[in-house]
Ligand binder design. Structure first.
Ligand code: DGL
Length: 267
């Protein structure tokens, strides 16, 4: 493992591409390997035991490919599995919850913060814990938005179905008088235009991706692992299920940055 080893990134599907977008913009010289567990999407309704099994299989796959760090580009794994497994591996693993919580606490004025995330993330209360560690007086309102992931996975980013789902899930959060809303599942930032229109200009939307990449920069700097002289970075994409859909929707979401998608079975 060295400076030009790749960074591993994973999610259940295309959601982690929000983090890839930030990675491409902020650290364009880095090699990376992305794994989308499309055979098991959505993660949000899976049991803890299943999620731990997926996490170990994917992390082992990435470590076997020689990654120097892993970005858990998934709110569900960042809240449910990462806190328990981060210390079990010899390379750094980082997720999106700390970053998203930090961004929210920096920007809120009234201390009323909404979290839109998967059911598994909401049930874990990871965001509430993290935010209240900064200030126990902050009030955190979490809501699960189960229809958002299938909509984004199918490239459905606007239209009646999306607008109805946004209204159904976010109306109750707005009733709590939030001034900040964390998009706590990495799929959700792809719905930002519709969500922004619904919540209005007075509510700050937090996409944890850029702050997560900032955390990654800190790790690479401390461990002297920044890529050097890497003019043609390797960018590999793997999925466990539907590769055609990942290719089409993924390219729609991140502006044709995906050249090829490799389908593999993890044991
Ligand atoms: N994008 C993931 C997350 O951030 C997974 C969502 C899902 O598959 O349900 O939670």
């Amino acid at each position: 493992m060295g400076k030009n080893s790749p960074i591993g990134v994973f999610d259940s599907g295309v959601g982690g591409l929000t983090v890839v977008k930030a990675l491409l913009e902020e650290l364009p010289e880095e090699n990376f390997i992305y794994f989308g567990d499309t055979a098991n999407v959505p993660y949000g309704n899976k049991s803890k035991q299943q999620l731990f099994e997926y996490a170990h299989n994917i992390i082992n796959f990435l470590i076997n490919r020689g990654v120097k760090a892993i970005v858990v580009a998934c709110g569900t794994h960042s809240s449910v599995t990462l806190p328990d497994i981060a210390d079990q591996y010899s390379i750094p693993l980082l997720g999106v919850v700390k970053a998203g919580s930090r961004s929210a606490t920096k920007i809120t004025n009234n201390g009323r913060i909404g979290i839109a995330a998967t059911s598994a993330t909401v049930n874990s209360r990871a965001y509430t814990r993290e935010i209240q560690q900064t200030n126990p007086d902050y009030q955190v309102f979490e809501t699960a938005c189960p229809h958002f992931v299938p909509l984004v996975e199918s490239g459905n980013l606007d239209g009646k179905e999306v607008r109805n789902a946004v209204q159904e899930y976010l109306d109750p959060l707005m009733d709590h008088g939030i001034d900040t809303l964390v998009l706590g599942c990495t799929h959700y930032p792809f719905l930002t235009p519709v969500i922004k229109e619904f919540v209005g200009k007075d509510v700050n939307l937090i996409d944890p991706s850029y702050e997560t990449i900032n955390d990654l920069k800190g790790i690479l700097a401390r461990q002297q692992l920044y890529a050097v002289g890497n003019e043609e970075p390797l960018r590999e994409f793997y999925v466990s299920g539907n590769d055609d859909s990942f290719y089409k929707v993924g390219n729609l979401l991140i502006g044709n940055a995906i050249r090829k998608v490799n389908k593999i079975v993890l044991d």
